[in-house]
Design a protein around this ligand. Structure first.
Ligand code: PLP
Length: 217
């Protein structure tokens, strides 16, 4: 599927949901994709991309940034605290704030650097043991603690369980965000971004539908 096709589907979903056209940000998830495919999307004028590993992002994006202005890079994968500084230097937005230790590290580094990327708190809405994220029951407290630390939390992020109806998880994430006064919702991927938009997504993370299937790393 082409970038243009995805963009028209986003517009249609915004209209169907009675939302302002252009209010949903499309993060093109370029992890593991060959550089030619990424470059093709850059040449079509798209500037917002997502990576799930700091290492991979660091190997790929500085060179693209030398050639293309205005790249907005989002980290959407789990982050080790020892890579936090590198992630903050490289990324404009980090969607994987998922534990107190990482919040403390961001707060310390934000002081030291005088700046911090925008943050999304990842919520493990499916309560899956193997998945990162704050459990729904602990979300209110964690959000409050992060805001107390002056972290620039823009909203919440989730990755629904593979075999469940994603809209239940999108609705839960939206509910937690609303009751905590957060407006950003990072939810929806290639297979379900339209339903995420219907439920209020402000950032959708779409990989394979734009770039094609990921080649095994
Ligand atoms: C890979 C990935 C995506 C994109 O997945 P697609 O199904 O290819 O759209 C979205 N979010 C996260 C966190 C990912 O790791």
């Amino acid at each position: 599927m082409s970038l243009d096709e995805i963009k028209s589907r986003i517009t249609a979903a915004e209209q169907a949901a009675g939302r302002v056209v252009g209010s949903v940000r499309l993060i093109a998830v370029s992890k593991v994709q060959p550089d030619e495919r990424v470059e093709a999307v850059l040449k079509q004028g798209h500037r917002c991309f997502g990576e799930n590993r700091v290492q991979e992002a660091a190997g790929k994006w500085p060179a693209f940034r030398e050639r293309f202005d205005g790249i907005d890079l989002h980290l959407i994968g789990p982050l080790q605290t020892n890579k936090a500084r590198q992630a903050m230097d490289l990324c404009n937005v980090i969607h994987s704030l998922d534990r107190p230790k990482l919040a403390n590290t961001f707060a310390r580094l934000a002081q030291e650097r005088g700046a911090c990327p925008d943050l999304f708190i990842q919520v493990n809405t499916g309560e899956e043991p193997q998945k990162a994220g704050i459990l729904p029951a602990g979300a209110d407290r964690f959000i409050a603690n992060c805001l107390d630390m002056d972290l620039p939390v823009q909203g919440l992020m989730c990755i629904p369980p593979a075999n469940e109806e994603p809209s239940l998880h999108f609705a839960l994430l939206a509910k937690i965000a609303t009751r905590n006064g957060l407006t950003g919702l990072s939810m929806g991927m290639s297979a379900d971004f339209e339903s995420a938009i219907a439920l209020g997504a402000t950032h959708i993370r779409v990989g394979s539908a734009i770039f094609g299937a990921r080649v095994a790393p």
